[in-house]
Design a protein around this ligand. Structure first.
Ligand code: GDP
Length: 547
């Protein structure tokens, strides 16, 4: 046998190593990990459902939708808790299409909007921006795009609801360019809209895809007619075709050509028009994701950049979700794989705690259900059961000491002061908030003056969740009150003496966050600007890295 002959054994190991490298390279190359960014009601849920249809992951339209309405029927805590099991399954969806493995990460919106929404975007490689073509660019899209920009994430754009009366298409592109500051390159162009929506013209392929309503099938075949000058088209839609030719002329002259490198650099977005509910134009976006968007790339860590095809496993936690199963009070840490191959039963090093863990019950997220994962590669998300010792931003490896960077905390936008009805429970309150803060459920600030703690969030549901969890898990009945704080900034300075001057002078507005960072709590935008002007040697940060 091989073990008796060292040379043969060595060759066998080399060969299997070589095979593993090849296998990893192949698996990485066919992966795409993306998230959808949109303002509520633009059509994210509908589009998600259609995308899943293409993979055969769900048979009937309506599945994702049903989950969504169940989830939003009420924000009562018991219901939130009950529905967690459902929402977690839909927070990461993996499906196959054209021999690719696609990971779609949900970016919670609506009342679920929270810091998770932002942080999920640090775990995706591409974003699909969905815009309601009747409404144009809306507030939440602006915020989410800003977050994408921090990592220059490539953006695909889908202009939705062309089966309705929409805004003028050129005007929409102009709005995206001026408000979101990203250049547009239309790939398809709509022919008419609303009742007169005829289809889309593919500018690169010079073909018209005719619109037909209907939505139940994935492989819905829309008729395609080649050539903008095709007499059949002119015959069918004389008015619309004339208009289309004029617009195409304009668009070709005025807009940017598609340049792959610019898309990959996040400075140019390919734009597709369609109607999610009719599954029209959806396949084109999915194909663009496979053809143009990149597989997982290298990721920065403290010591070096980690390549996805490296044989050793590594990854980082970007989200922690609690109480998915109320009976077990378990938490799941969502980890993005950055390199190597994950296999069940593997030993991993939890780098912050410098502790080895054996992960036997890891979950993956197939579109239809929560399943046990057998193996995972860069770009995939795995769920590690977590008994309260994992934090957002934690890195895991097979032993190498590397800490992935770029997992930010965002300055909260809404604030509450918190106190307890029963002063004897103050210890429990602090413990609870400490843990919830580490999980990333909410940010906790301890003002330099006064005894009330300040909680900061980006979505109001975060407070609701924290209040209920304090009650259920720590037995603390907390009272949340409004505050006069309107924004927070982390403060740093080269000269430490200035920091203490600052802390003394503005003690009423200075606090420490859970990780011990000095923070300025501003009462208004004007107040923040004035303070920044008065303290030119200080830096005011709207984000901070995990530490
Ligand atoms: P989300 O909040 O972004 O997830 O949006 P949804 O997918 O729930 O869609 C919001 C509403 O817009 C729902 O009533 C959808 O049925 C509707 N909708 C989505 N796509 C289309 C579309 O292409 N055309 C029309 N007319 N309505 C759409």
């Amino acid at each position: 046998s091989g073990s008796e002959n060292p040379a043969v054994a060595k060759e066998a190991t080399l060969e299997s190593k070589d095979n593993l490298s090849k296998k990893i390279a192949l698996e990485v190359a066919r992966r795409r990990t993306f998230g959808i960014i949109s303002h509520p009601d633009a059509g994210k849920t509908t589009l998600t459902e259609k995308l899943l249809l293409f993979s055969g992951a769900i048979q009937l339209a309506g599945t994702v939708k049903a989950r969504k309405s169940a989830r939003h029927a009420t924000s009562d805590w018991m219901d939130i808790e009950k529905q967690r099991g459902i929402s977690v399954a839909s927070s990461v969806m993996q499906f196959e299409y054209r021999d690719h493995i696609i990971n779609l990460l949900d970016t919670p919106g609506h009342q679920d909007f929270s810091e998770d929404t932002y942080r999920v975007l640090t775990a995706v490689d591409t974003a699909l921006m969905v815009i309601d073509a009747a409404r144009g660019v809306e507030a939440q899209t602006i915020k989410l795009l800003e977050v994408c920009r921090m990592r220059n994430t490539p953006i695909l754009t889908f202009m939705n609801k062309l089966d309705r009366e929409t805004r003028d298409s050129l005007e929409l592109l102009d709005e995206v360019e001026t408000v979101l500051k990203i250049r547009c390159t239309p790939i398809t162009w709509p022919i008419g809209m609303g009742k007169n929506f005829r289809g889309v013209y593919h500018l690169l392929n010079d073909e018209v895809m005719l619109f037909a309503p209907g939505n139940e099938k994935a492989d819905q075949a829309f008729e395609v007619i080649k050539g903008i000058d095709n007499p059949r088209l002119t015959e069918m839609f004389p008015l619309e075709m004339e208009q289309l030719k004029m617009e195409v002329e304009l668009v070709k002259g005025a807009s940017n050509p598609f340049v792959l490198e610019e898309f990959l650099a996040g400075t140019l977005t390919p734009v597709f028009f369609g109607s999610a509910i009719n599954n029209f134009g959806v396949r084109e976006v999915l194909n663009a994701l496979l053809d143009w968007a990149q597989p997982p790339l290298g990721r920065n860590a403290t010591v070096r950049e980690v390549q996805p095809t490296e044989p050793a496993f590594s990854g980082f936690v970007f989200k922690i979700q609690a109480n998915m199963d109320p009976a077990h009070r378990d938490r799941i840490a969502f980890l993005r794989v950055c390199s190597g191959r994950f296999e069940r039963g593997m030993r991993l090093k939890h780098l912050r705690l410098n502790r080895e863990i054996k992960v036997s019950s890891v979950v993956t997220f197939m579109a239809s259900s929560r399943e046990q994962v057998e193996e995972a590669y860069a770009g995939d998300i795995i769920g590690l059961p977590n008994h309260g010792n994992m934090q957002i931003g934690d890195s895991f490896s097979e032993g190498e000491a590397l800490q992935f960077t770029g997992i930010p905390y965002f300055a909260p936008e809404i604030f509450r002061s918190v106190r307890i009805r029963n002063p004897l429970k103050v210890k429990q309150l602090h413990k609870g908030l400490q843990q919830l803060g580490e999980e990333g459920a909410v940010q906790v600030f301890k003002p330099v003056l006064g005894s009330d703690l300040i909680l900061g969030a980006v979505g109001v549901l975060q407070f609701e969740v924290v209040a209920s969890r304090l009650m259920n898990e720590y037995g603390v009945d907390a009272v949340f009150e409004g505050t006069s704080i309107s924004s927070a900034r982390w403060i740093t300075a080269e000269d430490k003496r200035i920091l203490s001057d600052f802390e003394k002078s503005l003690a009423h507005n200075v606090a420490y966050d859970a990780a011990g960072n000095l923070t300025y709590l501003a009462t208004s935008g004007v107040n923040l600007r004035l303070t920044e002007e008065r303290w030119p040697k200080l830096k005011f940060h709207a984000t901070r890295e995990h530490s």
